[in-house]
Design a protein around this ligand. Structure first.
Ligand SMILES: Cc1cc2nc3c(=O)[nH]c(=O)nc-3n(C[C@H](O)[C@H](O)[C@H](O)COP(=O)(O)O)c2cc1C
Length: 217
C-alpha cells in the first residue's frame, strides 16, 4: 500500500459525539435553521464554518467549484463577494444560478443551498470590501483574478503595490469587487448519524411558502 492509500484508509468520519436533530421541530423557513446551525458550529469549535463551496456552471454547462467566504445570510439570501471579472463572475453573469455547500465535520452536519444569484449594488460591494481587513482590500486591489499569471515574482510585485495602496488609501475602490446574493429555492440540512441513519431535511420553495420534506439518506 502506498503512503497515500495507507493515509486514506486510516481515516474515519465522526469519531465524536454527534448532536441530535429533530426535523419535526424545525422552523418553517430555512434561514432560521441555518442561523441556528451556524451558531452551534461556531460554539462547537468548528474551524472556519464560514467557508463554503460555491458551484457554478460555465457556458458549456460544465460545473465548476471553489471555496469562498460567507459574508452574510439574511432574508435576501446567502452573500459572498468576488470579482465580476473572475471565472465565477463571468459564469454567474452568463448563468446566474449557483449551489453552495457547507460541511461542519465536528457535528457531522452539511448544508446545501441551490438558488438564483443576484448582484448587490456597487455601494454594497464597496461597503462589503471596506468592512474587512487591510489584507482583504489589498487582495482585491491586486485584481486580475483567474487570469493567467506569468510568474510568482509578478504577483509579488503587484501584491506589494496593492498592500502599499491599501495601507495609504484605505478607501481605495476595487471596481470589479461584487457582492453576490444567492436567493435560495432549495436548502437541505443533513445531520450525520453514527449508525448511518442520517437525517436529511429539505426546504423547497414554492410560490409563497417553504415545503419541508425528509429525504432518504
Ligand atoms: C478558505 C478560502 C476562502 C476563499 N474566499 C474567497 C472569497 O471570499 N472570494 C473570492 O473571490 N475567492 C475566495 N477564495 C479563492 C477562491 O477559492 C478561488 O481560488 C478564486 O475566487 C478564483 O475562482 P474562479 O477562478 O473560479 O473565479 C477563497 C479560497 C479559500 C481557500
Amino acid at each position: 500500500m502506498t503512503d497515500f492509500h495507507h493515509a486514506l484508509h486510516s481515516l474515519r468520519v465522526w469519531d465524536t459525539e454527534l448532536p441530535s436533530f429533530d426535523p419535526a421541530g424545525a422552523p418553517p423557513e430555512p434561514l432560521a435553521l441555518f442561523h441556528g446551525w451556524f451558531t452551534e458550529a461556531v460554539a462547537a469549535g468548528q474551524t472556519e464554518p464560514h467557508t463554503l463551496s460555491l458551484a457554478t456552471v460555465d457556458e458549456d454547462g460544465r460545473p465548476d467549484v471553489r471555496t469562498v467566504m460567507l459574508h452574510d445570510a439574511d432574508e435576501r439570501g446567502w452573500h459572498f463577494a468576488s470579482h465580476a471579472t473572475s471565472a465565477k463572475g463571468r459564469q454567474l453573469a452568463a448563468r446566474p444560478e449557483a449551489a453552495l455547500g457547507f460541511y461542519w465535520p465536528v457535528q457531522g452536519r452539511q448544508v446545501r443551498i441551490r438558488g438564483t444569484v443576484t448582484t448587490g449594488t456597487p455601494e454594497e460591494a464597496y461597503a462589503d470590501l471596506h468592512a474587512r481587513t487591510t489584507g482583504a482590500l489589498a487582495s482585491a486591489l491586486v485584481g486580475r483574478q483567474s487570469e493567467v499569471l506569468d510568474s510568482p515574482e509578478t504577483l509579488a510585485e503587484a501584491s506589494a503595490a496593492a498592500w502599499r495602496r491599501a495601507e495609504a488609501e484605505p478607501d481605495a475602490p476595487s471596481p470589479t469587487w461584487t457582492l453576490y446574493v444567492v436567493q435560495p429555492t432549495e436548502v437541505e440540512f443533513f445531520q450525520g448519524d453514527a449508525r448511518r441513519r442520517h437525517l436529511r431535511l429539505r426546504y423547497r420553495r414554492t410560490d409563497e411558502r417553504w415545503i419541508r420534506e425528509l429525504l432518504w439518506p
